[in-house]
Write a protein that binds this ligand. Structure first.
Ligand code: NAD
Length: 500
């Protein structure tokens, strides 16, 4: 699977037939309005296909199908091992179709084929497998009562889950949310991002093939202001899980308050620090961690560590190494397996990222490499950009850029670095490099964020909860056993006994 060439992937791309309709109640169907929107390949600016543009009427139909399936109980009240079997079959089908799905996702998003294959060939199926295997090992509780009662604390599926997705990891984010929601027994109305609707639509058919009953998974492609808002405001959707911008996260809380007070799980990105302490070894591992922390997936990553805090005394050494690595990054055709970075996801997003780069230059940071688009190629590419002399008050150090930009902020005292790192409204992730375990633990405890990585850039894995402190999110978490809790509600059954 990993040995194919660009020519092979292009041939697969040419043979793909794109799923372009909504998937509601077990069948593909156009939007009720008949409207469609162009789905564009950001590497070439070519239109791939015209996708159904769903709005409130389609969300109503999807929510009704989801409710009907939930009430019928074929999935929601099935024995956990029955749900497990279907999720394991789905994991197998995703693995079987991984190359097709990866090529589709690469065309749709501009993500590199290598990343798409890794995510879709490994991580996505692992999510369906892991939550499938978890659900028949998740026990309720018995409360300590006297002998005159038996108090059972049981978990039940919450009902219909609305899932609204971002475009940066399209099928992986779908799996992060769908796997626990389906394992819990919920029915789902899922809206992929308008930039990247294809793989979620294809997944719906694979889920049906795996044995998921009709109506349990409904996929409504469309825009945020139409389909997304309709999910947020829907009175018969019981919970929403959203990943995306802070601005839209706020809207989902408002939608909930204006409708049925549905719980809302939010994952809203960040402005994460990468802190190198003065005892750290600046070796190949640190340098490649630093560059991928800022630039993996073209920097279109919620946990991107764009703000890099470096001791003044080590800055020149750091910049030399990091600059060489960034200059060596291979930016180009996403279907070429040797490409390390593709284009930004869309024209609009490319403009947003370039606007931030201009702001950095205007506010006095100095560009050591990159600093603009590529003039010699079509597509939405941005040159990997390294900024020196960043100050933590600058726009580029405060706002989420979501592009291939690394900014170096020099510090003279570790406490100063910590305070600058904390001076943000976000709190998703941080990385600290040090050889001193005491300093590592000190920073890990003091950094106000959901994940602290020591001596590597990592978000953890499927077993570790992922989510933010502060305005990076709400209390809900993706991944690990915690994710399941978003889609379950707790019931107490108190059985009184007069006999004891
Ligand atoms: P966005 O938040 O606008 O979109 C994310 C999802 O929300 C999409 O499915 C979109 O259709 C939907 N949406 C948009 N407006 C909506 C509305 N009014 N009501 C309901 N749903 C709505 O993100 P974007 O515009 O695509 O990107 C903007 C910025 O958001 C990025 O530059 C980045 O900083 C951030 N972002 C963060 C993540 C993350 O992983 N946390 C992912 C994508 C984008």
């Amino acid at each position: 699977m990993l040995n194919e060439t660009t020519t092979d992937y292009r041939a697969i791309a040419a043979s793909l037939s794109f799923p372009v309709d909504a998937y509601i109640g077990g069948r593909y169907q156009p939007a009720k309005s008949g409207k469609r929107f162009d789905n564009v390949n950001p590497a070439t600016d070519e239109v791939l296909c015209a996708v159904a543009s769903c709005d409130a009427d389609d969300v109503d139909a999807a929510a009704a199908a989801a409710r009907k399936a939930f009430d019928a109980g074929e999935w929601s009240r099935a024995a956990p091992e029955t749900r497990k079997e279907v999720l394991l079959r789905l994991a197998g089908l995703v693995r079987e179709h991984a190359v097709e799905l990866a090529v589709m996702e690469s065309l749709d998003s501009g993500k590199t084929i290598t990343d798409c294959l890794h995510e879709i060939g490994n991580e996505v199926p692992n999510f369906f497998q892991w939550y499938g295997e978890l659900i028949d090992k998740s026990f309720g509780k018995v409360a300590p009562t006297g002998e005159n009662a038996l108090a059972l604390i049981v978990k039940e599926p919450i009902g219909v889950a609305g899932i609204v997705l971002p475009w940066n990891f399209p099928l992986l984010m779908a799996a992060w949310k769908l796997a626990p929601a389906l394992a819990a027994g919920c029915s789902v109305v899922l809206k992929p991002a308008e930039q990247t609707p294809l793989t979620a639509l294809r997944l719906a058919a694979l889920a049906a093939e795996a044995g998921l009953p009709d109506g349990v998974l409904n996929v409504v492609p469309g825009f945020g202001e139409t389909a997304g808002q309709a999910i947020g405001l829907h009175g018969d959707i019981d919970v929403v899980s959203f990943t995306g911008s802070t601005e839209v996260g706020r809207l989902f809380l408002r939608y909930s308050s204006d409708s049925n007070l549905k719980p809302v799980g939010l994952e809203l990105g960040g402005k994460s620090p990468f802190i190198v302490l003065d005892d750290a070894r600046i070796d190949d591992h640190l340098v490649s961690s630093a560059v991928s922390a800022a630039m993996w997936n073209g920097g279109q990553n919620c946990s991107a560590n764009m703000r890099q805090f470096i001791p003044q005394s080590r800055k020149e050494e750091y910049l030399d190494r990091v600059l060489a690595r960034i200059r060596a990054l291979k930016v180009g055709d996403p279907l070429d397996p040797s490409t390390e970075m593709g284009p930004m996801v869309s024209r609009e997003h490319q403009e947003r990222v370039l606007g931030y780069i201009e702001a950095g230059i205007r506010e006095g940071a100095s560009v050591l490499t990159g600093g603009g688009p590529f003039d010699d190629r079509p597509g939405r590419y941005v040159k990997p950009t390294l900024f020196d002399s960043v100050r933590h008050q600058m726009t580029i150090a405060r706002e989420e850029i979501f592009g291939p930009v690394l900014g170096v902020i020099a510090y003279s005292d570790p406490e100063e670095a910590l305070q600058m790192a904390l001076d943000t409204s976000y709190g998703l992730h941080a990385t600290v490099f040090t050889q001193d375990i005491d300093r590592a633990l000190h920073f890990a405890r003091r950094l106000a964020c959901g994940t602290v990585a020591i001596n590597a850039f990592t978000e953890g894995d499927i077993k570790t909860p992922f989510g933010g402190y502060r305005q990076s999110g709400s209390l809900a978490r993706d991944n690990g056993t915690e994710a399941l809790q978003q889609y379950l509600q707790t019931k107490t059954i108190w059985i009184a006994s007069r006999q004891a």
